[in-house]
Design a protein around this ligand. Structure first.
Ligand code: NAD
Ligand code: ZN
Length: 344
């Protein structure tokens, strides 16, 4: 079968590999669609070779159950499934407490096993998935559902961790209306009472935010003053940064209200110079900051439920798997509205 692998820093290749067989506790999924995440670009641009075998990329997969391992029950051949992003063990203390995005299998400094970031991912014709992490999609179309596994799951966790702030009358700011951000706008609109302000540097992304429920859209360079002006200089209750470069981190800390919630999701390398000091110029008193990673199984079930209700839609462009390079180039150029999805 065909698979898209990272073969050296900066190089992706389509290679021919053996069709994999599911072992005990595993299923084989015939991939219907694999979303491209900006994280795939970060991986592609790592300056050093990937540790271990060349990975098949793709951590946003969905498809149909194609074969099951000897002891697997309850998953019917041909049924549509979403491949969970986070292959948590389900048995450690964080997992049992519902924090499976911080499963102990990831250790202190890494993340739990993730398809496409070690185990072979979804940019292939078939993939092997632990049966526990093949999440039933019901009637949802697996061709376009893959991005729910990350582009929706990750904002769901960031938003759910800030629900105490997102009461009716509150203001939420979404920075970066790409794959994750356009889902964040929809999740906020569908599940909170917040007024939604979306920020991006591209007009077409702001139009997408409007379409999906943003109340106000702002270009990034003018956003700080406008957001503060909206709140008599006080700031927004919750700020979600889906870019994470220095400009957006500065915007986020500069507009979050005292005692507000700040969620850093984008991995652009921006920093906050947070000191144990009385200076509130860097960040106001009481701000609750989280570097948010992925989401939990409960979050994923909520994501699938919202999608099934028609309240969460993946804007997407389909590319044949063979055109993977064009899809990566388009993502890099900022030319994708929502998500690019590869279809084998
Ligand atoms: P994307 O490329 O689809 O979207 C990025 C968006 O940000 C685009 O709309 C772009 O126009 C906008 N943007 C870029 N620079 C900007 C700026 N200075 N001001 C305002 N908007 C700006 O990316 P994505 O797939 O949505 O991923 C976003 C980030 O989240 C990436 O860094 C990715 O690696 C990261 N990520 C983190 C997690 C996590 O668990 N923490 C999970 C998935 C992705
Ligand atoms: Zn991702």
């Amino acid at each position: 079968m065909r698979a898209v692998k990272l073969t050296s820093p900066g190089t992706l290749e389509m290679v021919e590999v053996e069709k994999p067989e599911p072992g005990p506790g595993e299923v084989r999924v015939k991939v219907a669609g694999a979303g491209l995440c900006h994280s795939d670009l970060h991986i592609l641009h790592l300056p050093v070779p990937w540790p271990g075998p060349d990975p098949t990329l793709g951590h946003e997969g969905a498809g149909w159950i194609d074969a099951v391992g000897p002891d697997v029950t309850g998953l019917d051949i041909g049924s549509a499934v979403l491949v969970n992003l986070i292959w948590s063990c389900g048995q450690c203390r964080p997992c049992i407490l519902g924090r499976d995005n911080a499963c102990i299998s990831g250790g202190r400094y890494m993340y739990p096993p993730t398809p496409g970031l070690g185990p072979d991912g979804a940019m292939a014709e078939y993939m092997i998935v632990p049966a526990r992490h093949a999440m039933p999609l019901g009637k949802l179309d697996p061709v376009s559902a893959g991005p729910l596994a990350d582009a929706a799951l990750t904002p769901m966790r960031a938003i759910s961790s800030a629900r105490d702030w997102l009461t009716p009358g509150s203001t939420a700011v979404v920075i970066g209306v790409g794959g994750l951000g356009h889902m964040a706008v929809q999740i906020l609109a569908a599940s909170t009472g917040a007024r939604i302000i979306a920020v991006d540097m591209a007009d077409d992304k702001l139009a997408l935010a409007r379409k999906h429920g943003a109340d106000l859209v702002l270009k990034s360079d003018a956003a700080a003053a406008a957001i503060l002006a909206e709140s008599d200089g006080y700031g927004a209750d919750a700020v979600f940064d889906f870019v994470g470069v220095q400009q957006t981190v500065d915007l986020a800390r500069g507009v979050v209200a005292p005692e507000g919630a700040l969620r850093l999701v984008g991995l652009g390398g921006g920093k906050i110079d947070l000191g144990a000091e009385a200076n509130t110029g860097v960040i106001p008193w009481g701000v609750d900051i989280r570097k948010s990673y992925g989401g939990t199984r409960a979050d994923l079930i909520e994501v699938i439920a919202l999608a099934a209700q028609g309240k969460l839609t993946v804007e997407h462009t389909l590319y044949p798997l063979a055109d993977f390079q064009r899809a990566f180039d388009d993502l890099e150029a900022g030319a994708i509205a929502g998500r690019a999805i590869l279809t084998p």
